[in-house]
Design a protein around this ligand. Structure first.
Ligand code: SF4
Length: 245
C-alpha cells in the first residue's frame, strides 16, 4: 500500500495551530484531580492569588526554552508568571538579564513590562502541587503540553532543564530513553532531533543557600548556552511579552 505523502507544515503554522487548539497550554485544564482540587482550596484561602494553571512566559519561537518543575505557592501560583514572586526567580531573571535573555534583571509581577529575548520559560507541571511535589502520574499527564512546546521548537534550540524532574520530563516529552541521557549539573546532551539539552541544579532557595548551586555555577551554564546559541543563529533577536492563555 502506498503511503500518502505527508504535507509539509511550516513551523509558524504549526505553532499557531497548537496555540489555537489549546495543545500548548490550557488555562481551564483540570486533568489532575488532586492538583485541581488543591487549586480550588487555594483560591478560597488566598483569593488574591492567581491559583490556576500557570502559562509559559516568553517568545513563541525561543532559542532557549527553560523548563522548571512547577509553580511555587507564593511565586508563580500567586503572580501567574513562572519564577516570579519568590526566591527561585531572583537568580534566574538576574542571570537571564546578564546573558541577554531578559530586558531587566528582575521579574516583579505579570504586568511589569519585562520582556524575554529569544527565551521562553515553562514548567514540567503547570499547576501548583502540594508541598512542591507533583506525583509521577501528574508529571505524565501534564507532559502532553510540554511535548507540544518542544515539538514546535526550531532545530538547534537550547533547552535548559532546571533539576532532575524537569530533565526527565523533557526526555519523556520527546519519547527518549532516560538511561541514555544522565542528569548532571552543567551536562549537555545532543538530542536526536537537533535540540541541545542542558542541565542545571534547580535555582531554588534550598539549593542556593546550601551552596549546592552557586551563582558562578549557574552563570557558567548560561555562558555555554549563550555561546551555543550565538554560534548557531545569526538572525535578529526575538522578543515579545506574550503570555499564553
Ligand atoms: S498539572 Fe497540567 S495536566 Fe494537570 S491539571 Fe494542571 S495543567 Fe492540567
Amino acid at each position: 500500500m502506498k503511503l500518502a505523502k505527508r504535507a509539509y507544515v511550516p513551523l509558524s503554522r504549526l505553532r499557531e495551530r497548537v496555540r489555537r487548539e489549546g495543545a500548548l497550554f490550557s488555562a481551564a485544564c483540570t486533568d489532575c484531580p488532586r492538583l485541581s482540587n488543591f487549586l480550588a482550596q487555594v483560591r478560597i484561602s488566598h483569593p488574591d492569588y492567581f491559583a490556576q494553571p500557570v502559562p509559559p512566559f516568553g517568545v513563541d519561537a525561543p532559542r532557549l526554552l527553560i523548563v522548571g518543575l512547577a509553580p511555587g505557592m507564593h511565586g508563580a501560583n500567586r503572580t501567574g508568571r513562572p519564577f516570579t514572586g519568590d526566591f527561585a526567580g531572583i537568580l534566574l531573571y538576574d542571570t537571564l538579564h546578564r546573558y541577554g535573555f531578559a530586558s531587566r534583571p528582575a521579574s516583579e509581577h505579570a504586568a511589569d513590562g519585562l520582556e524575554l529575548i529569544d527565551c521562553r520559560i515553562t514548567n514540567a507541571v503547570k499547576c501548583l502541587p502540594p508541598e512542591n511535589k507533583p506525583d509521577t502520574n501528574e508529571i505524565k499527564i501534564c507532559n502532553k503540553y510540554l511535548s507540544e512546546e518542544l515539538k514546535v521548537l526550531d532545530k538547534y534550540t537550547a533547552v535548559l532543564a532546571l533539576g532532575l524532574i524537569a530533565h526527565k520530563a523533557v526526555l519523556m516529552a520527546l519519547g527518549l530513553k532516560q538511561g541514555n541521557y544522565a542528569f548532571g549539573h552543567a551536562a549537555e546532551h545532543r538530542l536526536p532531533n537537533g535540540l541541545s539539552l542542558f542541565d542545571s541544579y534547580h535555582c531554588s532557595r534550598y539549593n542556593t543557600q546550601t551552596k549546592r548551586l552557586t551563582h558562578a555555577m549557574f552563570h557558567a551554564v548560561f555562558e555555554r548556552i549563550r555561546d551555543k546559541i550565538d554560534s548557531k543563529n545569526t538572525g535578529e533577536p526575538r522578543t515579545n511579552t506574550d503570555e499564553h492563555g
